[in-house]
Design a protein around this ligand. Structure first.
Ligand code: SD4
Length: 338
């Protein structure tokens, strides 16, 4: 799509409206004719603004939402200064950097990789699983072999900065430290956690993806929520999309992104739907929340009209929203007070 066309399409706001049925279930009115919508992008944390820009550029150049998701996430994966995603991510207990990622589109296609070693662009391997295999998820060595077979190049993902952080962790490991201790949410120089990116393109097609090196110092072999479709990310092309960041185990217990999208389907706005999932997580984890102040979980959501929302357990989560002419970092609503 040429730039002029993109802007023209972008200005056609509100053409796809919801109507509430008598059952209280939202039904999507068909987008007329060319199904044009105003593109909207939402992503997690402060690095989301950068990812949004890359995804927006991809849309402007004519890419669909799936390509835009992949491009935006790849940019975060290759940044060595972001120590929670891709190259430069913090390693596990054995000093191995392993990555989790998934991607899903409006047609229900999805792919994922868990505990993937030595490949920078985990999201692209996830997309390759989706497009070049009959499976949804590959893990570990098998995912790595699959990536090599499809032309991905092996890279040492461990940077000096990440290695030094690992040594510091190891040096300070006391006899009482164990793997069930507080989750280290590693707030390193403002670098946070999973990149989750959701895109609504000008055809009202939604796609979403997530990528992370997972919780730092995790047990070797641990797979988090990010590659679990319905937990890390979920897309229903007729309703909306959601993605998560935070303690993956908490998210897996409630399959939160699916809950967000299903709540939208039942009539909640994206904001209300994210809050429903966070309230569920708080309910399920009430004991650990009292003890562990670093226990955080957050959701972002978007519906097919381009309305967005976000919610977290605790203060501190931010998400970035890109629309025509703006790219804003928003302090998320949080629902738990210590
Ligand atoms: C995980 N959800 O592996 C990811 C990492 C993350 O804040 O987002 N940490 O559990």
């Amino acid at each position: 799509m040429r730039r002029r066309e993109f802007i023209k399409n972008s200005s056609m706001i509100g053409v796809g409206a919801y109507t509430a049925s008598k059952l209280g279930i939202l039904e999507l009115n068909k987008f007329p004719g060319g199904k044009m919508a105003s593109p909207v992008i939402i992503s997690t944390w402060n690095f989301g603004t950068k990812a949004n820009e890359v995804a927006w550029k991809a849309l402007s150049a004519g890419s669909n939402s799936l390509d835009a998701v992949e491009q935006g996430i790849r940019m975060i994966e290759e940044d060595p200064n972001i120590m929670s995603v891709g190259y430069g991510g913090l390693p596990d207990e054995l000093m191995d950097v392993t990555l989790d990622a998934s991607i899903m589109d409006w047609r229900g296609n999805c792919g994922a990789v868990g505990a993937l070693p030595k490949i920078v662009h985990a999201v692209s391997v996830a997309r390759t699983v989706m497009e070049r295999s009959k499976h949804v998820m590959l893990v570990g060595e098998g995912a790595y072999e699959f990536a090599l077979a499809h032309g991905f190049k092996p890279t040492d993902l461990l940077t000096d900065k990440a290695r030094e952080a690992w040594l510091k962790w190891k040096d300070n490991l006391g006899p009482d430290n164990n793997w069930l201790g507080p989750h280290d949410m590693n707030d390193l120089d403002g670098n946070h956690d999973t990149i989750g990116l959701l895109v609504l393109d000008s055809k009202a097609h939604l796609s979403g993806g997530v990528s992370t090196s997972g919780l730092s110092w995790k047990i070797h072999g641990r797979v988090g929520d990010s590659p679990i479709i319905g937990a890390g990310v979920y897309v229903d092309g007729k309703v909306g999309a959601a993605a998560s960041t935070g303690v993956g185990e908490a998210n897996m217990r409630i399959v939160g992104s699916h809950l967000v999208v299903e709540s939208m389907k039942a009539g909640a706005s994206p904001q209300e739907a994210c809050e429903i999932a966070i309230r569920r997580a708080i309910e399920v984890h009430s004991k650990v929340l009292k003890k562990d102040k670093s226990f955080q979980l957050a959701y972002i959501g978007i519906d097919v009209r381009g309305e967005v929302g976000g919610a977290a357990i605790r203060k501190g989560f931010q998400y970035a929203v890109r629309k025509e002419g703006t790219n804003k970092l928003i302090d998320s609503k949080f629902l738990y007070n210590d």
